[in-house]
Each structure stands twice: as structure tokens, then as C-alpha cells.
Design a protein around this ligand. Sequence first.
Ligand code: C2E
Ligand code: MG
Ligand code: MG
Ligand code: MG
Length: 302
Amino acid sequence: QAELAMYKVKESGRNNISFYDPQMQIEILQRKQMESDLEHAIINDEFSLFYQAQVSNNNGVIGAEALLRWFHPKQGIIYPDNFIPQLEETGLIIPVGEKILHDGCQKLQLWANIPEFSQLTLSINVSAVQLLHEGFSDYIKQLVARFEIKPGRLKLEITESIFIENIDATIAVMNELANYGVLFSLDDFGTGFSSLCYLKSLPLAQLKIDKSFVKDLLEDESDIAISKTIVNLANSLKFNVIAEGVESAEQQALLQQIGCNNYQGYYFHRPAEAHEFEAFTLDYNSHKVSDQSQEDGLGLAH
Ligand code: C2E
Ligand code: MG
Ligand code: MG
Ligand code: MG
């Protein structure tokens, strides 16, 4: 507990509110409770990573996104939207984020030694607070060296919100890591602070079409137009592109039609524990390979 204190944002900076409003009193108490729950969660190691497959038309499962889960002893599984903001606000995202990066890189090391998994990439979400925290790039480099992984297997997902403040500092950290070989993906693209001019100065490898555009893709012409534009933009800038939130074969087909060949979503795979993701990958890719050899066989016959 004492060790966690060093990460935390000073109390006075946060709860500096009048104590006469009872509603606010309640909110402050709830936040305090949450904060102490989060500290316990760190100490008791209640956080772990789920993995969701990323699939390409030509190569089957090409990677995974690591998604944080909190296994609360009383409340059960808690999803990140319900606690990441408070982790960021309190500064506790730093130790939690380091554990996520550590576990993710350890997983990449394990995969590197298994031929069926050795080409997989792992995408890890990082927030602005983490990226701008002193020593972030050194921490990543240490992990990459320690686990002897190829830096290009690690993909960091950031969102546009990261560029609202400290654009120059953010770009500097990104450049340092990109030069080292780590990949960057721009998550939830098109939903945030979208200024096209910064895109050209960022060392990105990938744009990620947000699931809000995929959701009604089949019915909504403007979602098709936006998705198409993102794909064309990615192609022009030599970035890879992936769609998230793909829930049906029809959505995949339409995405493929507009030139997007990489997908993530419940239609393929739901986030799951590592061993389940690994079993899925073996199964999916073995079918993929046998489909391919059948096609090759036909090709030879002609
Ligand atoms: P994200 O990075 O955009 O992750 C995609 C979210 O969409 C995940 O929610 C995933 O479970 C969900 N999803 C995947 N396929 C589908 C689908 O077909 N349909 C629908 N409706 N949803 C789908 P999740 O796991 O609840 O994570 C929510 C957000 O929390 C993430 O959004 C990310 O911003 C943040 N997050 C998750 N893990 C971490 C982490 O380790 N560190 C940080 N800093 N943030 C994280
Ligand atoms: Mg993400
Ligand atoms: Mg996203
Ligand atoms: Mg999101």
C-alpha cells in the first residue's frame, strides 16, 4: 500500500470541493471506496488480461488485443470502462499499466517459441497518462529486451484523445518507440479529436475503424462512407487498417468490399482467457490452411 502511494496524484488536487453539499459528500465517499477497492485489487492481483482475436482475410488469426478484466471477489467480473477512468485519475494506471505491459510481453515470449503462434502480434491499450509518464519508453524497451521479443510483435493502441494535450511530448515518445520497432495503432479512429493534419506526423502502423461505424454499417450510408474514407486514408498514408466490433458475416463482407481486410469482433471471437484464445487460433488457422490447400489443389488441377 505504501508503495502505491508514490504513483498517486495528490489528494488535494482532486477532492478539493466544498464539503457542505451532501450529494457531493456521497460521491466523494464512493470515489474513496472505489479507490481503496482498486488499491486492494492491485495488491491482491485481481487484474488480468483477456485476449480477443484479430483476423485477416488471407492469413486467419494474425494477432490479439489484450483487454483488461477485474475479477472482483464480491462483484465478479468488472469491465474496464467502469474503472479505467478512475485508475487514470488517481495515477494507479501506472502500476496497473506496467503489469499489463509485463504480462503482455511475457505472453509474446511464450508465443515466440510456438510455431503456430510465433507470428502473432499483441495489441495493448495505453492511455495518455501512461505514455507521458516518466520512463515509459525505457520500461517498454526493458520488457522487450528481457523477454527477448521482436519489438514489431508489440502494438500499442492509443486514442486521439492523447493528442489533446502535450502533442509534442506525445509524438516524441511515440517516435522513440517506433524507431525501436514497436508498432502503434490509432484506436477508435474518427470518434475523438480528429484533426487530419497530425496524422502525417505520427509514426503509426494502423488505423482502427471504431465499432460505432461498424454497428449500423449495413443500414447506414454515412457509416459506409466514413469507413471507406478511413480505409482510403490508411491506404494513402501506408497504414494498415482494421475494423473493430464486427458482429456478422454481412458486416465483414461489406468491410471487405470497401477494402478492409482485418477484423476484430464477436463474429470471430469474444475476448477470453489466453488458453481459450490460443485454442481458437489453432482451430481457426488449421481450417484456414486446409481451405487454402484445397484452393491450391484446384489451382493445380487447372
Ligand atoms: P477498445 O480498446 O476500443 O476495445 C474494444 C472494446 O470493444 C472492448 O471492450 C471489446 O471487448 C469490445 N468488443 C470487441 N468486439 C466487439 C463486438 O463485436 N461488439 C461490441 N459491441 N464490442 C466489442 P472492453 O474490453 O470492455 O474495453 C473497453 C475499453 O477499455 C477499451 O476499448 C479500451 O479503451 C479500454 N481498455 C481495455 N483494456 C485496457 C488496458 O489494458 N489498458 C487501458 N489503458 N485501457 C484498456
Ligand atoms: Mg483498443
Ligand atoms: Mg476501440
Ligand atoms: Mg473504446
